[in-house]
Design a protein around this ligand. Structure first.
Ligand code: NIG
Ligand code: FE
Length: 409
């Protein structure tokens, strides 16, 4: 028999995350029809006769038992492919050393570069699977993963290939980002401009022609790269047809966000030191503000991102784990949500938008992040009374079911 739908989810409360004026974009008395991995229709379940007809057209009828149905989560900023870990630096920081001092003495990102270069592909993959699995268990169905712990071509390519391989092993879509301009490798010591030449002339063209990266990122910061260097990377990326994003204003107000907005960046990430007066330009460029409360927490930062200004200018705010071995060893998107609420005073609704609709936008993805006809059928079910519970309780919830592209996993 030829069914019109592969599955029909009914008896659910839907947090569609559409922009429809309802809290959580809630849809009442609605069923979700899925075919070939996509949501093909939202069906009025109030009209019994009509609903019965649709139900008969479905190969499988999924009774949600009045649970909440949410879009699969999108973790739009991670660095989860890396070698080694930095527990020892965590210890050093607790004995008084700062993140900056550790970075300046060759630890920090550079330490992870050494351990990533020496790790085999198998080791990198094995550990990346473990980390990504944690995210998936919480309902993440799309994850962005950056390179940036290799810095040489060989290791950066290996990182990005390992990242993409996760799609074969876990029910998750992977967006890859080339973050060559993350730190200065020792081969280029004291010559950051020469390293940027290498990034622009050798690495980025390869990333583009081999389709290894979906976007390009830069760490624009006093301990990273200057705005002039960042601009060179942006120019090259756009020339190659790759969208840009950047780590900006994490430790100081370097005006990286303004620059990123001028290059129509997909997102500006961290932004604790972003000035209120720079927010209107982000609103204009449609750039997403990605909040990374895990890094704020681990670094014991006190400067908070300008949430009120972002809110009042309607800049979409996303929330991500920034899962990395140094500033944010955080393998939990739900904890990131909680932290965004407690530390940055996001509402639970804003936080949930931050890991769904706005996170998808931060990756330039228009086919996910909300429950609507035409979107991919990345769907999770939750045994909760209100979606606010997800942000409210730490380690309190897991989805009762996850569907990736319409397939139960
Ligand atoms: O997002 N800010 C730069 N990059 C990472 C930190 C990476 C690391 O410490 O290894 C971040 O916080
Ligand atoms: Fe980061």
């Amino acid at each position: 028999m030829n069914y019109q739908y592969d599955a029909l989810f009914h008896n659910v409360r839907i947090a569609s995350m559409q922009d429809n004026n309802a809290l959580y974009g809630e849809l009442l008395d609605t069923a979700v029809a899925v075919k070939d991995g996509h949501i093909v229709a939202l069906i009025d379940a109030q009209n019994n006769r009509e609903f019965q007809q649709h139900a008969e057209a479905a190969k499988q009828l999924i009774d949600g038992n009045n649970q909440w149905l949410l879009p699969g989560f999108v973790d739009c900023h991670t660095h989860l492919v890396y070698g080694g870990n930095r527990a020892i630096e965590f210890e050093q920081r607790l004995r008084g050393a700062s993140y900056l001092e550790i970075a300046q003495r060759g630890g920090g990102i550079k330490g992870t570069v050494a351990s990533t270069r020496s790790a085999s592909n198998e080791e990198l993959l094995k550990n990346a699977v473990k980390r990504a699995k944690r995210l998936c268990e919480e309902g993440v169905t799309t994850v962005e993963i950056k390179s940036g712990y290799g810095l040489d071509i060989d290791t950066e390519v290996r990182m990005l290939k390992v990242a993409k391989q996760l799609e074969q092993l876990l029910p998750v879509s992977v967006c890859t980002t080339y973050l060559g301009a993350h730190a200065l490798p020792h081969e280029f010591a004291d010559d950051a401009d020469a390293y940027i030449d290498f990034v622009c002339e050798q690495a980025m063209p390869l990333m583009a022609t081999e389709h290894l990266a979906d976007a390009v990122d830069v760490f624009c910061e006093t301990i990273g790269f200057s705005t002039a260097q960042t601009e060179r990377v942006f120019n090259k990326a756009l020339e190659l047809g790759l969208p840009v994003k950047a780590h900006v204003e994490q430790l100081s107000d370097s005006k990286g966000a303004l620059l990123a907005a001028r290059y129509n960046a997909l997102s500006v990430d961290h932004i604790e030191y972003l000035a209120d007066s720079d927010v209107p330009e982000l609103a204009q460029s449609g750039t997403v503000a990605v909040l990374l409360p895990g890094a704020f927490y681990y670094l014991n930062e006190v400067q908070k991102p300008p949430i009120n200004a972002l809110r009042s200018h309607n800049v979409p705010m996303a929330v991500a784990t920034d899962f990395n071995p140094g500033s944010s060893p955080l393998a939990s998107i739900l904890t990131a949500m909680n932290m965004a609420c407690v530390q940055f005073q996001l509402t639970p609704e804003e936080a949930l938008r931050g890991i769904t609709a706005h996170a998808a936008k931060a990756l330039g993805l228009t086919d996910r992040g909300v429950i609507d006809a035409g979107k991919v059928a990345d769907i999770t079910l939750w045994d909760i009374d209100t979606p606010a519970e997800l942000a409210y309780c730490i380690n309190g919830h897991r989805p009762t079911a996850i569907y990736k592209g319409g397939v139960h996993v």
